[in-house]
Design a protein around this ligand. Structure first.
Ligand code: SF4
Length: 63
């Protein structure tokens, strides 16, 4: 499973970073950096919570 970012939708608000900081980091330019792409089974719940909390629906998981 991989996290996919739709950069046309992401506005760099950083909600995902606050919920799953091992995966997401908003850099000094306000751009989202994906620190980790592959999602392990024990990380899925955390990543899904971050995805559900994104206000612009810019994240999804590719299975
Ligand atoms: S929560 Fe959504 S809009 Fe905000 S930085 Fe993360 S992916 Fe981008």
């Amino acid at each position: 499973m991989k996290v996919i970012v739709d950069r046309t939708k992401c506005t760099g608000l950083g909600v995902c970073e606050s919920l799953a900081p091992y995966f997401f980091e908003v850099n000094e330019s306000g751009e989202l950096e994906l620190l980790k792409e592959d999602v392990a089974a024990d990380e899925l719940a955390t990543v899904e919570e971050a995805i559900a909390s994104c206000p612009t629906a810019a994240l999804h998981i590719e299975r």
